[in-house]
Design a protein around this ligand. Structure first.
Ligand code: PLP
Length: 207
């Protein structure tokens, strides 16, 4: 079971060759490959599923988070090998299958599966990356699409910077010693600029 871009782990995108090798190794030894796309799925990395970019075909894919756009839902995708493991009704949860939440998820799918929507995510990600790498105090930008990690220069504390950003109206996360940003996929360029300005000030302020 792998995450193609580790989220909490520091926003680390796995090496493509490594992932291909893991897939081959699993196939050769009859091991199921499960890709956790709870965070990377549903357009977050610029394609509907992140595994499309790695050119792999996992046996099982897990989805949640973005699928609900704030409403609580999770899903699993299964291939030919695993499709009959669960029969309807075998996997339940108290609020599973909620019709309101499912209606929301269907609308999310309708919007995110649009080619233009996904190409916009990719161009916004490129724009954001260029902006971030030009900020003083930033050493490296990692991640994929709109799942972004920022390594900071020695002496800059990610927690403090994130706190300053929040105080000024920009919600930002941390992962290990890095800053982590996961903007909404429908963010506008104007909103990106406003966010960058808050981040720039937070990086400059020597509190
Ligand atoms: C949030 C998250 C989970 C947990 O998903 P739930 O739907 O809350 O169970 C699992 N994997 C990854 C990568 C996540 O980011």
């Amino acid at each position: 079971m792998i995450e193609l871009v580790q989220g909490e782990g520091g926003v680390v995108a796995l090496d493509r060759e490594y992932v291909k090798y893991v897939e081959q190794l699993c196939k050769k030894n009859g091991i199921l490959l499960i890709v956790d796309e709870v965070q990377t799925g549903i357009g977050r990395t610029g394609t509907l599923l992140c595994c499309e970019q790695y050119g792999i075909h996992p046996n099982v894919i897990t989805l949640a988070k973005g699928l609900g756009a704030g409403l609580p839902i999770g899903a699993i995708l299964m291939d030919e090998l695993t499709e009959n493991v669960f029969q309807p009704g075998q996997h339940g949860s108290t609020f599973g299958g909620n019709p309101v939440v499912c209606a929301g998820a269907i609308e999310v799918m309708n919007q995110v599966c649009d080619k233009k929507f996904l190409s916009d995510v990719r161009s916004k990600a490129r724009y954001l990356n260029e902006q971030i790498i030009s900020l003083r105090g930033v050493i490296e930008v990692s991640g994929l699409g709109l799942m972004i990690g920022i390594s900071l220069e020695e002496g800059l504390n990610a927690q403090n910077i994130a706190k300053r950003c929040v105080e000024n109206g920009l919600l930002i996360l941390t992962a290990k010693k890095n800053l982590r940003i996961l903007p909404p996929l429908n963010i506008t360029l104007d909103e990106i600029d406003r966010g960058m300005s808050i981040l720039r000030h937070a990086l400059m302020s020597k509190k």
